[in-house]
Ligand binder design. Sequence first.
Ligand code: HEC
Ligand code: HEC
Ligand code: HEC
Ligand code: HEC
Length: 187
Amino acid sequence: MHVPFARAQAPAPEEDVQAKMQAWSKALGVECTHCHIENQWDLGYLPVFDLAFRMEKMVKELNAGPLKQYGGNLTCNTCHQGKLTPPKVTREQWERDAKRYEAAYNGDQSLALQMGIFTASLGVGCSYCHDPNNWGWDDHPNKAVARRMRGMVGSINKHFAGVTNPEISCMTCHQGKPKISRSDEQQ
Ligand code: HEC
Ligand code: HEC
Ligand code: HEC
Ligand code: HEC
């Protein structure tokens, strides 16, 4: 087998490129040639190569920005978990509780959709953020976090220019749990 790292030119000293490439391949569940042309490792004209570059920038921005107060450390694997496409919220998932809480939503479909996405993505019930006897009560700390996270989700889309319908939601990172995965292992 060809050994791509046995090169005359050493990788940038501040970053271990080999470890990074292995982590990326594992996180996405792909071979090196998903992004590279074999034996031409420094060529980057494949569109996925460019997207990987942009994803790396996105991860750095999120960790240094909106996620800093939560400890940062978002990785490629947090969202990808060994797959090219992170999971999306299905219609069945977000509609699950729509009927049951019809009275609370009072005909507001977009509110029902939003709340359905929240509960499915975090794997929680309404009372994780609400007092069900007083939906408008605003002092629950998780409700405040959810508002901030919603703003962050809006800011993530810009990194996906050119990708058809990437569907960034709470599910992309949370994947059914209140805490995100930071491990290299896949669930
Ligand atoms: C998801 C896409 C992707 C995958 C998978 C991937 N790479 Fe990369 N690779 C890149 C990008 C983007 C760069 C440039 C970023 C950088 O240098 O930090 C790069 C840089 C490199 C470089 C440095 C090239 C240079 O300009 O000096 C080598 C060598 C390399 N990759 C080898 C590999 C090997 C071997 C694998 C499989 C274990 C692999 N890559 C998997 C996207 C990928
Ligand atoms: C916030 C969640 C998130 C993180 C973190 C993330 N990605 Fe992605 N990535 C996505 C989404 C969403 C897509 C679009 C998938 C789709 O809809 O096709 C995607 C797509 C990609 C693709 C294109 C897949 C294809 O079809 O070939 C590559 C390559 C990729 N990501 C690399 C990376 C790398 C490398 C990292 C870490 C530096 C990373 N991603 C981190 C969410 C994420
Ligand atoms: C992760 C936190 C979270 C979960 C879980 C959640 N909500 Fe909400 N909910 C919010 C936030 C944040 C708002 C405020 C939205 C806004 O500011 O536009 C809200 C708003 C509402 C409102 C409008 C009143 C208000 O406070 O503005 C209703 C009604 C509501 N949610 C019902 C539900 C129901 C029913 C469920 C369970 C199926 C649910 N929510 C689950 C965070 C959550
Ligand atoms: C880019 C990744 C990412 C996305 C997208 C995301 N979150 Fe989060 N969320 C985090 C991280 C990181 C934490 C801190 C908890 C942890 O360390 O895992 C967190 C924590 C939370 C918490 C507090 C949980 C706790 O027990 O501390 C709530 C509530 C929450 N998110 C709601 C949401 C909602 C609602 C959405 C969609 C509007 C969303 N998140 C989208 C990364 C994300």
